[in-house]
Ligand binder design. Structure first.
Ligand code: NAD
Length: 354
């Protein structure tokens, strides 16, 4: 039994802790909360012990908290840091490094420059075993994780025949539960999006990937439009779609009108947190023109990284064989069943509309 502390109880932290609480090999040591809001009660009502920073303890006197983060994390085997982007680095310096505690960071952190949290980005499809002895590892962001799931099978099948991967990322503005962020009526762009460097850090610096990223006014997932240019005639759309048939965490859907369609279905079928935990290839948008395959897929921003954190945790804590780790993650996340249901539902609809 290993003790794991989750530091931060926002979109990602609240999901991770809920799933790992059902893991028979893990004792959840508690969760770190930084603001005395309604989410403290939410965490306690779900059976989690809440710990707070020493210097903020007075702010939480109306809540039944269990102690301070500083006192509680020392005897943990691992901290899963789910703080806002950039704060993970501060936590590393103030909390984890001085106590020599191992930690997983989330995708809003940096892997180069002054504020590096780790030199390693995890993607279960690409580098599962490399996480075994790491003290610090970063789980790639939702977009970075999704791109790995798409690019790795292409790379394995076509290798150097792929000349370029040009991806346009349409990123959601805020998460569903994030009532504080106002979704602005604007389309914004990112200068030097981090995704390019992050993906190349684990897929290889020679990956011919070129990214543009735009933030669009929605809370409902990300969409990536990826053009895969081949050296010579491109494979057929059918061949490309078949490539993803048995990929874990990749569903192939038809007849979807937009990302909300998928969330609404996830909600109707009572998937936890309305998440599918995967990417969805929109098969009927896949086109081939001469040497280019045009792929479109959507990426469940909040859900996709949660099973990945669970896989990374198993690699770091148990050095479990990859197949065993996936089997164990499947017991908690039921990804095969979710994929089957999504594919059945979004196949039927196109059949019904023709
Ligand atoms: P969030 O704002 O929903 O939650 C962050 C939580 O951390 C908040 O509850 C905040 O009060 C708390 N916090 C504040 N200071 C803290 C500290 N010093 N230590 C620990 N926690 C602290 O953010 P989020 O969306 O859950 O994102 C967390 C991380 O996960 C970021 O790195 C983000 O880039 C990454 N990520 C987010 C998504 C997503 O869709 N939301 C997807 C993939 C990765």
């Amino acid at each position: 039994m290993k003790r794991v502390f989750v530091n931060g109880y926002g979109s990602i932290g609240s999901r991770i802790i809920q799933f790992i609480a059902d893991d028979r090999d893990i004792e959840v040591a508690g969760v770190g909360k930084y603001s005395p809001d309604e989410k403290v009660g939410d965490a306690i009502s779900r059976g989690f012990k809440v710990f707070v920073p020493k210097n903020k303890i007075d702010h939480f006197k109306n809540f039944d908290i269990s102690g301070t983060i500083e006192d509680n994390i020392s005897d943990c085997d691992l901290v899963i840091d789910a703080s806002p982007g950039g704060i993970g680095y501060e936590n590393k310096k103030a909390l984890y490094e001085p106590r020599n505690i191992r930690a997983i960071f989330q995708g809003g952190e940096k892997i180069t420059g002054e504020k590096t949290v780790a030199s390693f980005i995890f993607n279960s499809r690409v580098n599962y075993e490399k996480a075994f002895d790491k003290q610090f590892a970063m789980q790639g962001s939702c977009n970075v994780t999704g791109m790995g799931r798409i690019i790795q099978p292409l790379k394995e099948k076509y290798g150097k025949k792929i000349k370029r991967l040009d991806a346009t990322l349409l990123r959601r503005w805020a998460d569903l539960e994030d009532s504080k962020t106002i979704v602005k009526d604007s389309i914004e762009w990112s200068y030097n999006p981090h995704h390019d460097e992050d993906v190349k850090s684990y897929m290889g610096v020679d990956t011919p990937l070129f990214i543009r990223a735009f933030k669009v006014p929605t809370r409902q997932m990300h969409v990536h439009a990826m053009d895969v240019r081949f050296d010579g005639p491109a494979p057929s759309a059918e061949e490309i779609i078949n490539l993803y048939k048995n990929e874990y965490g990749v569903a192939t859907l038809y007849g979807v009108k937009g990302t909300k369609d998928i969330r609404d279905y996830a909600e109707s079928i009572k998937f936890s947190f309305k998440d599918t935990n995967m990417i969805h290839i929109h098969a009927d948008l896949t086109e081939v023109q001469d040497d280019v395959v045009k792929l479109t897929y959507s990426d469940d921003q909040t859900g996709i990284v949660v099973p990945e954190n669970h896989l990374l945790m198993q690699a770091m804590l148990f050095k479990r064989k990859k197949e065993d780790a996936f089997r164990h993650t499947e017991e908690l996340f039921h990804m095969y069943e979710k994929k089957r249901m999504l594919e059945a539902h979004f196949k039927e609809r196109i059949n019904n509309t023709v």
